[in-house]
Design a protein around this ligand. Structure first.
Ligand code: ATP
Ligand code: MG
Length: 250
């Protein structure tokens, strides 16, 4: 059974100039513990789709099934890292990352202990008491990801988590994310408009058209795991990337 299933989701927004069709008849499935990416041009409705899955925006038509059921409160299953995930600037790193644990009723000392144990893998050891403004861009994204993972939900929705990073930091973060995903065994739906990033990370990729977003291509990524950085020069990688790029250009 799919972990997430979208069945013919459509959404339009009422704007001053009339209805704006944003998402049209989008169907997708994400299997349990899969890593699936959604790529598409700016404004094609990617964030809108995540907002709909997270229950923050209501679709006009279509159904969303989580573990095969329509559920009233998706936050039981889903942890969402929105496109502009801002850490709270007035809280130290440690207090930012334990926020979801505290909200679910875990005692502060217990939450702190759990988070401290993870600081190393998130590359934040020694920075627990710093404020977000004292971190690099990559560190801030790792802290935000740590907070998302500490929420302990089966499904992570990640909206362009590396969009603002330079190419070198970004590539390091991608390899790191694969390690984290392997260790924590979650289902990930990942948004990017970087095709290479999508191929490197994913089991499956969906390509969205220009607005209104429709699925133009669904493609399984036939690359073995674990993925080493040098896989990006293999012919299978390049071929997969070409297929995705062609679908985007069409
Ligand atoms: N609350 C809203 N009210 C009206 N229009 C909206 C609203 N949210 C998004 N839109 C419009 O819907 C379209 C899709 O927006 P969305 O943020 O889903 O795109 P996106 O694919 O995530 O783009 P990007 O890659 O730039 O993040 C855009 O034209 C946007 O202006
Ligand atoms: Mg977006």
């Amino acid at each position: 059974m799919a972990k997430i299933e979208l069945v013919e989701i459509s959404k339009s927004y009422n704007t001053g100039g009339g209805a704006l069709d944003v998402v049209q008849q989008v169907s997708m499935t994400v299997g349990d513990k899969q890593f699936v990416s959604l790529v598409g041009p700016s404004g094609s409705g990617k964030s809108t789709i995540l907002n709909i899955i997270a229950g923050l925006v209501k679709q006009d038509s279509g159904r969303i099934l989580l573990d095969g059921r329509e559920i009233a409160d998706p936050s039981e299953v889903i942890s969402y890292m929105p496109q502009k995930d801002l850490l709270l600037p007035w809280r130290r790193v440690i207090d930012n990352v334990i926020l979801p644990l505290k909200l679910s009723g875990v005692r502060r000392e217990k939450a702190v202990q759990e988070a401290v144990n993870l600081m190393e893998i998130f590359g934040l050891k020694g920075f627990e008491q710093r404020y977000p403004s004292e971190l690099s861009g990559g560190m801030r994204q790792r802290a935000a990801l740590m907070r998302t993972i500490l929420a302990k939900k089966d499904v992570l929705l990640l909206d362009e988590p590396f969009g603002a990073l330079d190419a070198i930091t970004r590539f390091k973060m991608q390899s790191w994310l694969l390690k984290v995903w392997d260790r924590f065994q979650r289902t990930i739906l990942f948004i990017t408009h970087d095709v290479e990033e999508a191929v490197y990370l994913s089991d499956k990729i969906y390509v969205l058209s220009q607005r209104p977003g429709r699925i133009k291509l669904e493609i399984n990524v036939p690359l073995p795991r674990p993925r080493k950085p040098d896989i990006i020069t293999s012919s299978l990688f390049v071929k997969t990337k070409e297929k995705v790029l062609k679908a985007i250009e069409q």
